[in-house]
Design a binder for this molecule. Structure first.
Ligand code: FES
Ligand code: FE
Length: 452
């Protein structure tokens, strides 16, 4: 495999089709990308109390994400120091200690080893093997932004805030609609026979598929406006490690526009206070409302406002979703419902309904999308796929220049274009290429569990 040639093709907007189902590419992604990138694990609202935990993965690596007795959020490698058993077998819960199912070594919820069966007979007691200093391996780097917990497997990762850069502006339009921040529920989880990159790229900027792939959603009248028009007038932006799309709202001030989306006045008041002047400007002056986005590598967000009943009432929802790679041709999808924690209860209930209709495991959009992604992955494994470079040059002239200039006067950071284009997918793929060309980080192994 000539990685440099693959990346060079990708940079021309021509994507070697096999990258969507190739074990060699997958191995590079594991060793060079997921070994280094900041990866989302969980939200603080999922583990509000001391002892609360969830178990999440970065590819094959399982982590216990727990709030310890002091309230500190920790991510601990879920592998016993003794013989390697997964210490925590539940997906979520509350525990003061984790006891290994194999031989019962026992750890506190901050990772410290506190119990060794037959300590004296088997190890000579504290003199032979002191428990002090032994703990489950912590994630090499952990950082939190607006309650979103990320880890990196690279101890030398830059601070999360530096990594997020300009994308934080867009992320916070979802993640901070009031000082209370988000509340996440779920996740629903399921596996699809599709390569993980396809979903990540799709959510980054594929507004082109919506009128056709999701035509039935429009036909049954789930939305007030014709989707195609909303998309054509919306913006495509790239900023820092993220990229996303917006809708264009009908004219009006901030309140009118957010009412149009279905937000109640009390939430609008809180958004007005929580958002910066520039964030308000994006909605109020430019009329752009955040739609879908992907934060590199594999966290996506979506915001939409379907009709939830026959009366035509529209209610907005936010969903976070993660494309968790299992193999070159399989992805675990984690889909969370997210809502402003300060929202009134009836809004939360209706918003959840809106989410389930669109993007739960049985959601209408979900079904439409996955059919495409499985089909791409299936045919990308073959011999012919190695002879085809896919065209991802939408929005460019044959000379590689943008067909039209970036949107002037756009309130958000980064670069934005209006209408259709694959600027965002190319942005995502160029970061992917950067990672594939870098040698993997050097790791040293820890002697946890060694007698001293
Ligand atoms: Fe965990 Fe032996 S593997 S106690
Ligand atoms: Fe879609």
């Amino acid at each position: 495999l000539d990685v440099a040639a693959v990346v060079a093709d990708v940079r021309r907007g021509m994507i070697p089709a096999h990258v969507y189902n190739d074990p060699e590419i997958f191995a590079l992604e594991r060793d060079r990308l997921f070994s280094r990138a900041w990866v989302f694990l969980a939200h603080e609202s999922e583990i509000p109390e001391p002892g609360d935990y969830v178990v999440r993965r970065v590819l094959a690596d399982s982590f216990i994400v727990a709030r310890d007795e002091d309230g500190t959020v920790r991510a601990m490698f879920n592998m016993c120091l003794h013989r390697g058993m997964q210490v925590c077998r539940a997906e979520m819960g509350n525990a003061s200690h984790f006891r290994c199912p194999y031989h019962a070594w026992t750890y506190r919820n901050d990772g410290r080893l506190v119990g060794l069966p037959f300590h004296v007979d088997a190890y000579g007691g504290e003199d032979g093997f002191a428990k002090e200093g032994q703990s489950l391996l912590p994630a090499p780097a952990l950082d939190v932004h607006q309650g979103l917990i990320f880890i990196s497997l690279d101890p030398d990762a830059p601070p999360l805030r530096d990594h997020l850069g300009d994308f934080a502006f867009y992320l916070d339009l979802y993640a901070r609609q009031s000082p209370a921040g988000l509340e996440l529920r779920g996740p629903q989880r399921w596996r699809i026979k599709a390569n993980w990159k396809i979903g990540a790229e799709n959510f980054a900027g594929d507004s082109y598929h919506t009128p056709h792939t999701h035509a039935s959603v429009v036909d049954i009248g789930l939305f007030r406006e014709p989707k195609a028009n909303k998309r054509k007038e919306g913006a495509l932006y790239t900023a820092g490690p993220g990229a996303g799309t917006t809708y264009k709202l009908p004219p009006g001030d901030l309140t009118t526009r957010l009412r149009h989306v279905g937000y109640p006045d009390e939430m609008i008041t809180r958004m007005r206070g929580a958002w910066t002047r520039a964030q308000r400007g994006l909605v109020e002056n430019d009329g752009f409302m955040i739609s879908a986005a992907t934060l590199f590598p594999n966290l996506s967000l979506v915001h939409n406002w379907p009709k939830i009943d026959d009366s035509g009432t529209v209610v907005p929802f936010i969903s976070l979703r993660q494309w968790q790679p299992v193999s070159a041709n399989e992805t675990e999808v984690l889909s969370w419902f997210a809502v402003d924690a300060a929202a009134p209860e009836p809004f939360k209930r209706d918003s959840y309904k809106a989410y389930v209709m669109c993007f739960g495991s049985s959601g209408m959009f979900e079904q439409d999308d996955v059919e495409n992604w499985v089909s791409i992955t299936d045919v990308a494994a073959g011999t012919m796929a190695r002879r085809l470079n896919l065209n991802s040059r939408m929005g460019l002239t044959s000379a590689g220049k943008p067909l039209k200039p970036p949107l002037a006067g756009f309130s958000g950071p980064g670069t934005a274009y209006q209408g259709f284009g694959e600027f965002n997918q190319r942005h995502w793929l160029s970061m992917w290429g950067d990672h594939l060309l870098r040698p993997p980080p050097v790791h040293t192994s820890a002697d946890m569990g060694a007698a001293r």
